[in-house]
Design a protein around this ligand. Structure first.
Ligand code: XIL
Length: 388
């Protein structure tokens, strides 16, 4: 028996980082590592999936087995992690929200409650109440959990907004945050987005907004990955960003940058493609396939992390059909890829979506259930993609 931990009682299905690196070749650059079975929110050694088995934990869950025709049941058969963002507010006030979520999805990600502003509203005081409520729900329903993001220029509490700190102080803040959060959730998170949106929107180089770049300098990026790895050496560490789902200029920049970071030994194990797209402007499945493939060829996992498809506020039946085709294409692309085992939607019902707010009312209807929880054509399209 090797000393590589491929199973443990807390996260039975997690391939360890050491095993990952070993399977990926010396620099972690070669392809050919097995798909991950990801840990669920609650460890359960009895239902452990053998390491290297492509089926994720959700395949054996009672919830999935009960609803074979739900998206969750269909996703389990395909070994796909199919998740949604979780809104604490919606969950608290609307019982239907939790019912549909547990029925249709096998993974959750906190929409806001795990961000710096959610956990450390007061500097040095860590409040896990809201993410813990989500974790309890996930555990009760045998769902996995992704975590976003440890470091971001946005969603800052007042004490960090617009501030520049002395370099060492900023590094201490990030160390304290990363350690506290990763240790709190240790063994219960299938993938961590360590840095979110670190690249400039228009190149070259890094995004300059936010306190971390200003206070620390460009090496803050590698520092935070090393800190995250130190906090939990078994965790899978992702870089997450938008507008790089297909073969865009930003995706090219990201590819070269990540390749360079990997060559320098920065512990990055996966890329999150946010996949917020508009019905009139979205990459083709062929492009997304090429993009995923090149990251996979670096030995990296790819997850689709925040999928939604924006329609004009006055959407027509034709828009809904186009939207369905886009959702179908994403699922088909993920299923066909070598290592794209997770697709996360940024919510599931138009009743609670960030899109109308962030677009000033211009866009809406981005998700797969309408405001009354009726499935839209996109729901059927995902089901079809999972059945075929
Ligand atoms: C969004 C949330 O959905 C909103 O509720 C919040 O007001 C702002 O943030 N990219 C990300 C997510 O990485 O964290 C953002 O979430 C959407 C864009």
């Amino acid at each position: 028996m090797s000393d590589d931990r491929t199973m443990d009682p807390i996260s039975p299905c997690l391939l360890s980082r050491r095993a990952f690196v070993k399977a990926s070749g010396a620099a972690g650059l070669a392809a050919g590592i097995p798909l991950l079975g990801l840990p669920r929110a609650r460890g359960d050694a009895a239902s452990a999936t053998p390491p290297g088995d492509a089926a994720p934990a959700a395949a054996t869950s009672p919830a999935a087995a009960a609803g074979v025709n739900t998206l969750r049941g269909l996703a389990a058969k395909k070994g796909l992690v199919l998740g949604s963002a979780f809104s604490n507010t919606a969950f608290r006030k609307d019982p239907t929200y939790g019912e549909v979520l547990a029925r249709e999805f096998n993974c959750l990600v906190a929409e806001n409650s795990m961000k710096l502003s959610g956990i450390q509203r007061v500097r040095g005081e860590f409040d896990f109440t809201r993410p813990d409520a989500m974790m309890a729900f996930a555990a009760a329903h045998d769902m996995q959990v992704r975590a976003v993001p440890l470091v971001w220029h946005d969603a800052l509490p007042q004490w960090a907004e617009g501030k520049t700190f002395p370099r060492e102080e900023a590094l201490d803040i990030l160390r304290e945050h990363i350690f506290a959060v990763m240790r709190h959730f240790r063994g219960r998170i299938c993938a961590w987005d360590v840095l979110n949106e670190g690249l400039a929107d228009k190149g070259p180089g890094l995004r300059k907004e936010g306190p971390w770049f200003h206070s620390i300098g460009p090496d803050y990026v590698e520092k935070v990955y090393h800190l995250a790895h130190e906090a939990d050496p078994e965790a899978l560490l992702f870089y997450n960003d938008f507008d790089m789902d297909g073969m865009s200029e930003k995706a090219d920049r990201c590819y070269l940058w990540i390749k360079e970071l990997l060559a320098r030994g920065v512990p990055i194990h996966g890329i999150g493609l946010q996949y917020h797209v508009k019905v009139e402007r979205h990459p083709s499945p062929a492009e997304v396939t090429r993009n995923i493939r090149r990251f996979n060829d670096l030995g990296l996992h790819v997850h689709i992390t925040e999928l939604d498809v924006w329609l004009p506020a006055q959407a027509t039946a034709q828009h809904l059909q186009q939207q369905a085709a886009i959702y179908r294409g994403v699922i088909e692309t993920a299923l066909a890829a070598q290592k794209c085992p997770a697709v996360m939607l940024w919510g599931f019902t138009d009743r609670y979506s960030w899109v109308p707010g962030t677009s000033g009312g211009t866009y809406d209807h981005a998700l797969i259930f309408d405001r009354d929880y009726h499935p839209k054509p996109a729901y059927a399209a995902i089901a079809e993609a999972l059945r075929s």
